[in-house]
Write a protein that binds this ligand. Structure first.
Ligand SMILES: Cc1cc2nc3c(=O)[nH]c(=O)nc-3n(C[C@H](O)[C@H](O)[C@H](O)COP(=O)(O)OP(=O)(O)OC[C@H]3O[C@@H](n4cnc5c(N)ncnc54)[C@H](O)[C@@H]3O)c2cc1C
Length: 312
């Protein structure tokens, strides 16, 4: 039976995708399979909705290298008779999707935000034209490779256990060797999963002023994030804190934008927030087009007062 095959190097994302694959599989008459390649515990996949969970002990899979994983996944895809391959749209996942599609001579869509079956066709929506618009796209080749953003599916806990299938893979070694690994350190944060994001932009005059932004974030139980120039030009915050097209896309309950003009490359990262609040001294800034609440003013005056009010 042809299948929807799911892979992500992040287990939780793979489980979300298995939930979505289950829905689509029922509509499309396809089975659901998972490639638990490199997963620490393939058994953790068996009740997540996949009828077959493919694993391998091949040493080449110990470290993620996209060219090797593309070889592995293309071999698993053949065994699983995959018609649709859903890959978690992480940085690694996107590279893998492109390489895999090339190997399978398949069409590829990356960064899908929604997946929906309409008139027998799988439709994906994704940001287009630098985030200025949302395009609906579909793949016309026999095999479809789609990298899917977090939050599209819900993990399921199925009563039925899938079958774990260990596969023999023939893999050419990676041409890139990992010589050292190190932790990202204390700065490592999960912008995508945060409920409250306090985003700061070029309206911040000095690096020392980040302290007041951190205090506001702390008072709200949120995380500090930033527009791109704060990380890439000023280097005041690590790049993993960037929100937007070249950074992280969040779906927080509350996003506060401080001294951010609201260019589309930034706003794609927070436009799905439930409530958007901005502080900006320019009453004509683009950011007002998407805010629920706003204060026209100097963030240096407004932020400490907000923090003080929250602390009561
Ligand atoms: C291919 C591409 C990808 C990109 N990807 C991203 C991305 O992922 N994320 C991203 O953020 N950008 C991205 N950019 C850059 C983006 O186009 C903007 O340049 C950037 O978002 C602007 O950042 P900003 O709003 O902080 O700065 P600015 O546009 O300079 O805005 C600063 C704002 O602060 C206000 N301000 C100034 N002083 C104060 C004060 N004291 N109090 C209150 N308000 C004040 C100003 O009125 C202004 O509105 C990308 C660009 C390209 C071309």
């Amino acid at each position: 039976m042809a299948t929807i095959l799911v892979f992500s190097e992040r287990d939780e994302l793979a489980w979300e995708l298995l939930g979505k694959a289950g829905e689509l599989g029922r509509e499309m008459g396809l089975g659901v399979a998972a490639a638990a390649l490199g997963a620490a515990d393939p058994q953790a996949y068996v009740t997540r909705g996949a009828a077959a969970v493919y694993t391998s002990r091949n040493d080449e899979l110990q470290t993620f290298e996209a060219s090797v994983y593309a070889q592995a996944l293309s071999q698993v895809a053949q065994q699983a008779e995959a018609a649709v391959i859903l890959i978690g749209s992480t940085r690694r996942g996107k590279e893998l999707a492109g390489r895999l599609a090339q190997k399978l001579n398949a069409g590829c869509i990356t960064d899908a935000d929604t997946l929906e079956l309409k008139d027998g066709q799988l439709l994906c929506t994704r940001n287009s034209l630098g985030g200025a618009t949302v395009a609906t796209q579909s793949i016309t080749t026999g095999i479809q490779v789609i990298s899917v953003n977090p939050g599209v599916g819900e993990p399921v806990n199925s009563g039925e256990a899938g079958q774990v299938i260990e596969v023999e893979l023939s893999l050419k070694p990676a041409r890139v060797k990992v010589v050292e690994k190190s932790d990202k350190g204390q700065g490592s944060v999960d912008i995508e999963g945060a409920e409250v994001l306090v985003c700061v932009g070029k309206g911040l005059a000095r690096q020392e002023d980040l302290k007041m932004i951190e205090e506001l974030a702390e008072a709200l139980g949120g995380l500090v994030a930033c527009s791109k120039p704060i990380a890439t030009d000023e280097k005041w915050l690590p790049e993993e804190r960037i929100v937007g097209l070249s950074g992280k896309i969040g779906k927080p309950t509350l996003a506060i934008c401080l001294g951010i003009s609201g260019q589309v490359q930034f706003t794609v990262g927070i436009r799905d927030a439930k409530t958007i609040v901005a502080v900006n001294n320019d009453q004509n800034a683009f950011i007002w087009q998407m805010t629920d609440y706003g204060i026209v003013g100097d963030l240096n005056e407004v932020v400490p007062r907000l923090t003080a009010a929250l602390k009561g």
